[in-house]
Design a protein around this ligand. Structure first.
Ligand SMILES: CO[C@H]1[C@H](O)[C@@H](O)[C@H](O)O[C@@H]1C(=O)O
Length: 700
């Protein structure tokens, strides 16, 4: 029950002084105007009120302690003038929450330029109470800094979820449009509460069936549930859909009939779903069709779709996650070389969607060099909330810490302080269209995300999409208070646990800049020995390049020269191992096992001790959590405790398997402070995981 409610627990407020102060400030509600979004705002506030105070929220026209909800257009003139200058400072989704005097009464006003702004303000007021903040003198003005804040569901129409570890897809296509599950509304509430305003319902490895009349009707039903919550639906467009429909015999983006097909398709969708968001496209990547099949470019493909949705204010999110034959020696270079030459040639309503790093959602990657390198193209950030490479839903990893690290990185393209966050919010080169996408970790699991702490990464993604300058610590604290309890003796240690969890996973999986050494195609557990996958770039050996000489990927001039895709001073600084941050050492350099590091010890020694530190970090997480029993309900306490034991066991598995494997090449002893591996290498190699389709995608 608790676990289902996510961060919308609305725990009853027990502290009598606090409760009284809230009841003094907030006695009744007056919703001015009428709309579905105002209705759901009213409903949500009433629900929270009842839950906090065990009292029904009354409506009233006036009086002391009144909460007024109104779009600015509905406000009486005197109140409008009270917030006149603030209104100029918010955007169409922003809101104002103000304590005001009215005819001798104290009231709280939530107002905005749109009803969705009022809804966001309503969730904010509720949150102020969840956080136990003071309500007596409110002056909150807030607007999202990024426009398109979108979840990407890698959900297939058969309800498997690619890289999903929390059950099946929540979209019950078979029973739609008739059966509208309460989960759809709860999904919308949760997303609206953190400002997510878009959802791509279908997998980027797309199925063109979703674009047929039968499915559009189902999509429409979901769009209707989401609309009052300010959430637009988007679909993935399979590039070969016109061809597969049988209407035309090509999908060439420069073919007139194909262009017309997409225009007609867009018209058909918009006739049913007038606020349809647009398309997300994975083209010419991992077996997906695309414009290259017809010797056309990504620009040709994206612009064709952009033209089709433009009359309806739709957008196209065109993914930069592509491979290229041009730089076979280094996959990290491929997206840059495929996309940067097209800078400035995409239509206005195209966002190029770029993963945070140049490889693939690793525990740690340097930022993607495309950020900053396409000043004339709107770039959308793509983060992965589901933990494909980070222990699935069995490991506790608070991802906002990872997201924050990327957003804070300095690209230096316009001098110092040209951060990735500024690329994404458009401020660095004055972009009109901005966006951030998160690959969802949501499924039919009773608690939505499998691991109870997986909810915090969903929550944190939403918060960072709203404000990419937020600190991950603040996010963790908010989430913990809203999800569990406000007790300080719980909040401080568990915030700390969450913050450290990200570095822990880096240490016990891929320390010192190692990457993509996970097992075969499912990516669960260690597999540094894997070398038999059909594409060389899918094999761990391609990335760590361990041999008798050393370990690491040389991306300097003497190697793949991927470093030259970054601006100076990065390119210069990272060209020598001495001046490369240790966290990226083996990302950029191939170094001998006895290379001496800052602490005077060899690379091998540091590799081994860092693996061990990762294990010790998890031990600390286990201890911290075990001390929290009195603050958490039994069900969630025990679930997290058991999962942490799995994480501990698997951190040792990672350490032992990787050190056994790498030791064959280093020929050096495992330092004394690190336990000897429990098994021999053959044992680790022999472990098999027959994961279900979805977790292991069908394109492999
Ligand atoms: C949806 O496909 C995924 C694929 O499962 C995954 O292993 C890889 O990380 O990225 C692909 C992508 O982002 O397109």
């Amino acid at each position: 029950q608790n676990d289902y409610k996510l961060w919308l627990q609305y725990d009853s407020i027990e502290d009598s002084e606090l409760k009284q102060s809230y009841l003094d400030a907030f006695k009744a509600i007056n919703v001015m105007g009428n709309s579905p979004s105002l209705d759901v705002s009213h409903k949500e506030i009433s629900k929270a009120y009842h839950s906090f105070f065990n009292e029904e929220l009354k409506t009233a026209e006036s009086g002391d302690g009144l909460l007024i909800l109104a779009n600015i257009d509905q406000l009486p003139a005197n109140m409008r003038s009270d917030v006149k200058s603030d209104i100029e400072n918010i955007n169409s989704e922003g809101y104002i929450i103000m304590s005001l005097e009215q005819n001798g009464n104290k009231v709280i006003l939530i107002t905005a330029k749109t009803d969705i702004g009022v809804l966001y303000g309503s969730f904010r007021l509720i949150k102020e109470m969840q956080l136990h903040n003071d309500l007596s003198n409110l002056a909150i003005i807030d607007s999202p800094k990024i426009q398109k804040r979108v979840l990407n569901h890698w959900d297939n129409l058969d309800r498997t979820v690619e890289r999903g570890y929390a059950g099946f897809s929540i979209w019950d296509w078979h029973l739609l449009p008739e059966l509208i599950k309460p989960e759809y509304t709860d999904y919308a509430r949760a997303n609206a509460s953190i400002g997510i305003n878009g959802t791509v319902l279908t997998n980027v490895n797309a199925n063109s069936l979703i674009l047929t009349e039968q499915y559009i009707e189902k999509v429409k039903a979901l769009a209707e549930v989401f609309r009052p919550y300010g959430i637009q639906v988007y679909l993935t467009a399979r590039f070969s859909a016109p061809l597969e429909s049988g209407d035309v015999d090509t999908a060439d983006p420069l073919n007139a009939e194909v262009r017309q097909w997409w225009k007609d398709k867009a018209d058909e969708i918009y006739a049913e779903i007038p606020d349809f968001g647009g398309f997300l496209v994975k083209a010419n990547s991992e077996g997906q069709p695309g414009p290259n099949n017809y010797d056309r470019t990504h620009v040709d493909g994206a612009n064709m779709l952009a033209e089709a949705v433009a009359p309806h204010n739709g957008i196209v999110m065109w993914r930069a996650f592509v491979y290229s034959e041009d730089d076979p020696e280094d996959r990290a270079k491929q997206a840059y070389s495929e996309f940067v030459p097209f800078d400035g040639r995409f239509k206005e309503n195209v966002l190029v969607q770029v993963k945070n790093g140049p490889i693939d959602f690793q525990p740690r990657e340097p930022f993607h060099p495309v950020f900053g390198a396409m000043p004339n193209t709107p770039l959308m950030m793509e983060f992965q909330i589901t933990q494909e490479y980070l222990g699935f839903a069995s490991h506790l990893v608070f991802l906002p810490k990872l997201f924050e690290e990327t957003l804070e990185e300095d690209t230096y393209v316009n001098g110092e302080n040209s951060t990735v966050a500024k690329v994404i919010d458009g401020s660095l080169s004055n972009k009109k269209l901005t966006g951030m996408a998160g690959v969802a970790n949501i499924g039919t699991a009773k608690n939505w995300t499998g691991h109870p702490f997986g909810q915090s990464s969903w929550y944190g993604f939403g918060r960072l999409a709203w404000d990419p300058y937020m600190s991950s610590e603040e996010i963790a604290e908010e989430w913990l208070k809203m999800t569990f309890t406000n007790e300080e003796a719980f909040i401080y240690p568990v915030t700390d646990l969450m913050i450290k969890s990200r570095e822990a996973v880096v240490k016990y999986m891929t320390p010192l800049g190692l990457h993509h050494i996970m097992d075969t195609g499912h990516h669960y557990g260690p597999g540094p020995w894997v070398s038999n996958l059909s594409r060389p770039e899918w094999n761990p050996v391609y990335y760590h390049k361990a041999d008798e000489e050393g370990i690491g990927f040389d991306r300097t001039q003497s190697g793949s020269d991927a470093l030259s895709q970054y601006a100076n001073p990065i390119a210069e600084k990272y060209s020598s191992p001495e001046t490369t941050p240790e966290k990226y050492l083996l990302w950029f350099h191939h170094l001998p096992w006895d290379y001496e590091m800052d602490n005077g010890e060899t690379l091998w020694h540091n590799l081994a001790t860092t693996y061990q530190e990762g294990v010790e970090d998890v031990e600390e997480m286990v201890d911290t959590w075990n001390n929290m029993e009195e603050y958490v309900d039994k069900e969630r306490f025990e679930k997290v405790a058991m999962l942490l034991q799995i994480q501990l066991k698997e951190s040792k598995w990672w350490r032992d398997a990787c050190l056994s494997y790498f030791q064959q090449f280093s020929g050096m002893e495992i330092p004394e402070s690190v336990p000897q591996p429990e098994h021999d290498l053959e044992y680790y190699k022999s472990l098999e995981f027959p994961f279900a389709p979805g977790i292991r995608p069908s394109w492999e």
